[in-house]
Design a protein around this ligand. Structure first.
Ligand code: GLN
Length: 184
């Protein structure tokens, strides 16, 4: 069984490499056929407007919404999971009850790294943020980590959202946590 990485745009190869390091087969998903038999799906960072368009063009939107496997969205992928995107009518899958604001750390801090705490992963973690969204509100999900008072890692049912980029580090713990959702 394999875990898919949505491969329409964004940092696809990095996520696939993380899965493979954890001993999990990774499959790049470009169309409906690729979803068959998957046990989980990662939606990478990139540009959420573009990715949303491509998802719909390939007919993947309804299939992903209707699937029962766990989904992990990072950065733009997290935006796609959110039910509400502040200030825009932009398309999203809306699988998680939360509101995000895109690019909300501003120009000064387009990209940065921060030491954060993820208690569920044993504590300290160095998170990489790139034009990251800010999660403004979480309706029901469990907040697993925060940075400066805002959630940055949230789980709700079968979905996991991170505003940072765990695939750009050597630390496998966030992907390992997701694979725990897949295998659980
Ligand atoms: N700013 C991008 C968006 O909202 C996300 C950036 C990223 O994924 N690194 O789509």
């Amino acid at each position: 069984m394999a875990v898919g990485v949505l491969g329409l745009q964004g940092d696809v190869a990095e996520h696939a490499r993380m899965l493979e390091r954890l001993g999990k087969e990774a499959r790049v998903v470009k169309g409906l056929r690729d979803l068959e038999g998957l046990e989980g799906l990662i939606m990478p960072g990139g540009e959420s407007t573009t990715m949303g368009k491509l998802i719909r063009r390939e007919g993947l939107d309804e299939a992903i919404k209707g699937a029962s496997f766990p989904i992990f969205g990072t950065c733009a992928g997290a935006v796609l999971l959110a039910r509400r995107i502040a200030g825009t009518e932009q398309y999203s899958l809306g699988l998680m009850g939360m509101e995000v604001e895109r690019n909300a750390y501003g120009r000064q801090r387009e990209s940065f790294e921060a030491e954060i705490e993820i208690p569920a992963l044993g504590g300290g973690y160095r998170a990489v943020f790139i034009r990251a969204p800010v999660i403004k509100q979480v309706d029901e999900g469990e907040v697993l980590a925060e940075y400066r008072g805002s959630p940055i890692l949230v789980r709700e049912g079968r979905c996991l959202a991170a505003t940072f980029h765990p695939e750009l580090t050597l630390d496998l713990r966030v992907h390992q946590y997701f694979l725990g959702m897949v295998d659980g």
